[in-house]
Design a protein around this ligand. Structure first.
Ligand code: PEP
Ligand code: MN
Length: 338
């Protein structure tokens, strides 16, 4: 349930309610608006204590969140969540950051080479996997911790926040140490222990939708992270499986307006994995912006034929540069900024 405090309540009044929630064995989830603070008390049988809180003079009223995803819902928080990253980058505001980089971190030199291309054209977040969830166990699995060290180095050198994927609970502390955002890949969206581990650490999380995940399941996975106290979650649509085989996946642009109505969390779009064909990525990237993306994730590689993963969908630097110029123009028309 949601406990809405009286307008302009003081820190002490807030503390009194929080203490009561904790005493009853629940975790308080606080959302502070300009004048009004609301506190989520979520968990089994929480509603049983409705009367207890209703009678507190610090409390204005109690309401219930009907949706199964509670903290992720617009009922809990009306304003959009803005995730703040190093170097003043934000996801969820009017500016639409472009997250770009190689699919996998291949070497320090190649990562720096790509990072520079990303930055020069206006990309602001550097991506690259060190632990790669490959369909085949015989293909490149990523550089592991060594790759994360390269990522941390490149991020510092280029002054860009970084994102890389954690595939298991044991990898979470490493990602948390070396990167600014932890990515949960499509294949791990229902790895609940992994989600909880990401919720227990402080770095923002980029939660990719699974290829057969409904919007509701996606939000419930986000809820696993939020419920542990990490409210910096970004959702990422990256294509779902349909009967179509002419493209790698089917980028579900429908999901964008729908999910934005349901949740306050920022929505990132990944047209690279979504369509999987280099030539068509720019078209879909522009469609992502038009559909309301809060950030766009792109894979790029200067020599895609040599890329150790996802070469066929990686943009060439020239294509990326041209796309960035187009996105800037389009963003203006949409009253946004790149
Ligand atoms: C990736 O970002 O390189 C990746 C593996 O993404 P996904 O989990 O969406 O397939
Ligand atoms: Mn990839």
């Amino acid at each position: 349930m949601i406990i809405t405090l009286k307008r302009k309540s003081s820190k002490q009044e807030e503390a009194k309610v929080i203490e009561k929630i904790k005493k009853l064995g629940y975790v308080p989830h606080i959302s502070r608006g300009v004048d009004i603070t609301i506190i989520g008390m979520i968990g089994e049988f929480a509603e049983k204590y409705k009367d207890v809180f209703e009678s507190m003079e610090e409390v204005d009223h109690i309401s219930e969140i009907e949706k199964p995803y509670k903290l992720a819902s617009r009922e809990f928080k009306k304003e959009n969540t803005v995730v703040k990253l190093p170097y003043g980058i934000e996801v969820g505001g009017n500016k639409v950051p472009v997250i770009a980089g190689p699919c996998a971190i291949e070497s320090k030199a190649v990562l720096l080479e790509i990072g520079k291309i990303v930055k020069d054209a206006g990309g602001t977040i550097l991506r690259g996997g060190a632990f790669k969830p490959r369909s085949s166990p015989y293909t490149f699995q990523g550089l592991g911790e060594k790759g994360l060290k390269y990522m941390a180095y490149a991020g510092k050198k280029l002054e860009m926040p970084t994102v890389s994927e954690a595939m298991s609970v044991e990898q979470v502390p490493l990602l948390s140490e070396y990167c600014d955002i932890i990515q949960i890949g499509a294949r791990n969206i229902q790895n609940y222990d992994l989600l909880k581990a990401c919720g227990k650490q402080k770095k923002p999380v980029l939660l990719k939708r699974g290829m057969a995940t409904t919007i509701k399941e996606w939000l419930l996975s986000a809820e696993y992270i939020l419920s542990q106290g990490n409210y910096n979650v970004m959702l990422c649509e990256r294509g779902i499986r349909t009967f179509e085989t002419a493209t790698r996946f089917t980028l579900d642009l429908n999901a964008v307006p729908v999910i934005k109505k349901m949740t306050h969390l920022p929505v990132v779009l990944d047209p690279s994995h979504g369509i999987g064909i280099r030539e068509h990525v720019p078209t879909m990237a522009k469609a992502c912006l038009a559909a309301g993306a809060d950030a766009i994730a792109l894979e790029i590689h200067p020599r895609p034929e040599e890329a150790l993963s996802d070469g066929p969908q990686s943009l060439l630097p020239d294509q990326y540069n041209k796309l960035m110029a187009e996105l800037k123009v389009l963003a203006k028309a949409l009253d946004r900024e790149i």
